[in-house]
Structure formats: structure tokens, C-alpha cells
Design a protein around this ligand. Structure first.
Ligand code: 5AD
Ligand code: SF4
Length: 351
């Protein structure tokens, strides 16, 4: 793309008006490698302006590998006979939180499939117990689509944040990725409900999921521009054994990094994680994501006994930072690129 055109598109990213589809399309599909490097550089500057050289850490606890849904891409889908299932008890979850707290973590993320046994009452009780023991820490939930009443109960119990990726904003594409029982409208309803309840909300999409086109990504970016989430998680699609997409090609690392940079430039204050999916596809995925504008890492605190069973996709990497030693490795890796761990809660803050 010509330098002049590129500069004009860049300006649009920091304007209050919605970024038009043409502009997103140009930035996604017509930039050369030099311009992409420029985007990463600018994204890094924006991240540093708001977060310094700190990277927030969140303790990820994978609470259940049961799921009633049958998403075509996910290793936890109910139809996957290869999937190993487990569910953590309330006491096991609290124990994970204690370990994370002892290492200095100030955010717990409870993530799981849509486990039919995970009733509103049970989950609210777990959240309330964490809240009682750790009054000042942030509690993030990521347990899929639930009713407004359920979200409301969880919010009252003390949950602060909720992650629910929209996966793809295009209705047709959504139906390629999901079973008939799921639709793009309920997903959007959930996100709207969560926002209305005062959750800090995270959304996002997979990059390079089967059937995805540049146009779909343009729609995703426009969707995010409208939703204005506080957190945006994106990662490349990674094939999972035992799923209909087991033999599909993984998403592109470079496209994921480009999207991270574009998201950082468009959402300067957003909390953007360096995802496990990216780290799974390339060894220095975490570092590259941070250098492209990401500012969150989510070390895994799932008990070792269950760790391998939360297999959303194949060869899932696991930043084993649940020990002081593991955390040191992460800290050394960030240090090498001039960054450091920031242990504070890392709430969304728009000055
Ligand atoms: N590859 C990459 N990401 C996946 N997810 C689920 N399955 C896959 C896969 N095969 C992502 C989805 C979901 C999040 C928890 O994990 O985006 O929202
Ligand atoms: Fe279940 Fe989430 Fe996997 Fe879909 S993506 S099968 S809802 S765990």
C-alpha cells in the first residue's frame, strides 16, 4: 500500500468515529511487511504509554472440561470421545487460588466448558467463597453462555470480569463453526447482558478458523468497535484431535500478531492477552505478542493431575508458572525483551 494511504488509514484508528470497513480491509490485506512492522512498533508505543513495560498476569484455573456444546473446532466438544473429562471441587479451586495468591497474583480466572453440572448456585457459592477469602482480588469467569439471571447471581457473588469470545461476528461463518443449537444472537445477548451488569467484558475471535475470510475479520473488528470490550482475546485456530476440524490448517501466527497490533491501536486501554494458542504455534509467541501490543499473560494454575485433560486443541502449551520457578522463567523471558511482570489487578482503566 502507498505510504500516503497507509498514513491516512493509521489516522482513522485513533479517531472517535467508527473505522470503516474499507480501512480495516486495507490494513488487514494490503499492508506490506514493512508497514506491518511499523504497526507493531506503534502498537508497542501505545501499550507502553498506558501500561509502561509491565505485563499483567492472571492465574488461569480450568475448572471443568465437561461441555454440553459441540463446537466444531473445540477439543472439549461433547461429541469428542477422545476428550478426558474432569471437574474441580470447590476446595480444589480455592486451593489453586491460594497458590496463586501466595505467588502474588491478584486476578483469578475460572474457565470451563458449559458444564451442565455447574449450576448457578454452585458456581455462585464458589465465587462467594473466593471473594470472602480474597476480598481485594479480581475474579474473572469464563464459563460460556448463561442466562441474565445466572450472570446477575454471579456478579452479586463477587465476580468482576467475564470472558466470552464472540468467535466470529458473521452469522453464516458462526453456523459453520457451531452446531445448530447455537447462534450468534444468543452470544451477543450474553455480551450485552454482561456489560449491563457491570462486568468488565472480554471478547474476541479465533484467527484463521476454517472458512474464515478477510471479510469476516473486517466484520469482527467492526463488531468489537461497537461492543467496546474491556478485554480482547485473540489467538490462532489450532486443530484439535477428535473434532470435525482435526485435519484443518492452523491459523497464521503473523495474522494474529497483525491483529493484536491493530486492536492495540484501536483500543489503547484494552487488556489484550498473549494467548496460549499463539504460544502453542510458536515458541516465542508470548514475547512476540507483547512486542505487537499485548499486555496480559495468563499462567496456568490448574492442578497438575488435570492439566493435560483440558485439551481445547492439540499440543496445548502450558506456561507452568504455578511455581515460583515457573514464574521466574516467565519473568526472565519478559526481561529479555525489556518488559516485566506487573502483579497488580490490572483493571480496565480509561483515564
Ligand atoms: N483453536 C484455537 N482456539 C480455540 N478455542 C476453542 N477451540 C480452539 C481451537 N481449536 C478458543 C475459543 C474459546 C476459547 C476458550 O478457546 O475461542 O472461546
Ligand atoms: Fe464448549 Fe467452549 Fe469448547 Fe464450545 S468452545 S465446545 S462451548 S468449551
Amino acid at each position: 500500500m502507498r505510504e500516503n494511504d497507509f498514513d491516512n488509514l493509521l489516522k482513522l484508528l485513533s479517531m472517535p468515529a467508527p473505522v470503516p470497513a474499507d480501512a480495516w480491509r486495507g490494513l488487514l490485506a494490503e499492508t506490506d511487511s514493512g508497514q506491518r512492522a511499523q504497526l507493531a512498533h506503534l502498537a508497542q508505543e501505545v501499550a507502553q504509554k498506558h501500561f509502561g513495560k509491565g505485563v499483567y498476569v492472571r492465574a488461569l484455573i480450568e475448572i471443568s472440561s465437561y461441555c454440553r456444546n459441540n463446537c466444531n473446532y473445540c477439543g472439549l466438544r461433547c461429541g469428542n470421545v477422545l476428550a478426558q473429562r474432569y471437574r474441580l471441587s470447590k476446595e480444589e479451586i480455592l486451593e489453586c487460588c491460594r497458590m496463586a495468591a501466595a505467588l502474588g497474583f491478584n486476578t483469578f480466572v475460572l474457565q470451563g466448558g458449559e458444564d451442565p453440572q455447574m449450576s448457578d448456585e454452585w458456581l455462585a457459592d464458589v465465587v462467594a467463597a473466593i471473594r470472602a477469602e480474597f476480598p481485594t482480588k479480581a475474579i474473572t469467569l469464563s464459563v460460556g453462555e448463561r442466562s441474565m439471571a445466572s450472570y446477575s447471581l454471579l456478579r452479586s457473588a463477587g465476580a468482576d470480569r467475564y470472558l466470552l469470545r464472540h468467535e466470529t461476528a458473521n452469522e453464516m461463518h458462526y453456523s459453520q463453526l457451531h452446531p445448530h443449537s447455537m447462534d450468534v444472537y444468543n452470544r451477543r445477548r450474553c455480551l450485552v447482558d454482561l456489560k449491563a451488569l457491570g462486568f468488565q467484558v472480554g471478547s474476541g475471535m479465533m484467527v484463521g478458523s476454517p472458512g474464515q475470510t478477510v471479510e469476516h475479520l473486517v466484520e469482527d473488528l467492526i463488531f468489537l468497535d461497537r461492543l467496546q470490550p474491556q478485554m480482547i482475546g485473540i489467538g490462532p485456530f489450532v486443530p484439535a484431535a477428535g473434532t470435525p476440524f482435526a485435519d484443518e490448517r492452523p491459523g497464521s501466527v503473523d495474522s494474529t500478531l497483525l491483529l493484536i497490533s491493530l486492536l492495540r491501536l484501536r483500543f489503547p486501554h484494552a487488556l489484550i492477552p498473549a494467548t496460549t494458542a499463539l504460544a502453542t504455534l510458536c515458541d516465542d509467541g508470548t514475547e512476540r505478542a507483547v512486542l505487537a501490543g499485548a499486555n496480559v499473560v495468563m499462567p496456568n494454575f490448574t492442578p497438575m493431575l488435570y492439566r493435560g485433560k483440558y485439551s481445547i486443541y492439540d499440543n496445548k502449551k502450558c506456561s507452568g508458572s504455578e511455581s515460583a520457578q515457573g514464574l521466574k522463567i516467565l519473568s526472565d523471558r519478559l526481561d529479555k525483551i525489556g518488559y516485566h511482570i506487573d502483579f497488580s489487578r490490572g483493571d480496565y482503566y480509561k483515564g
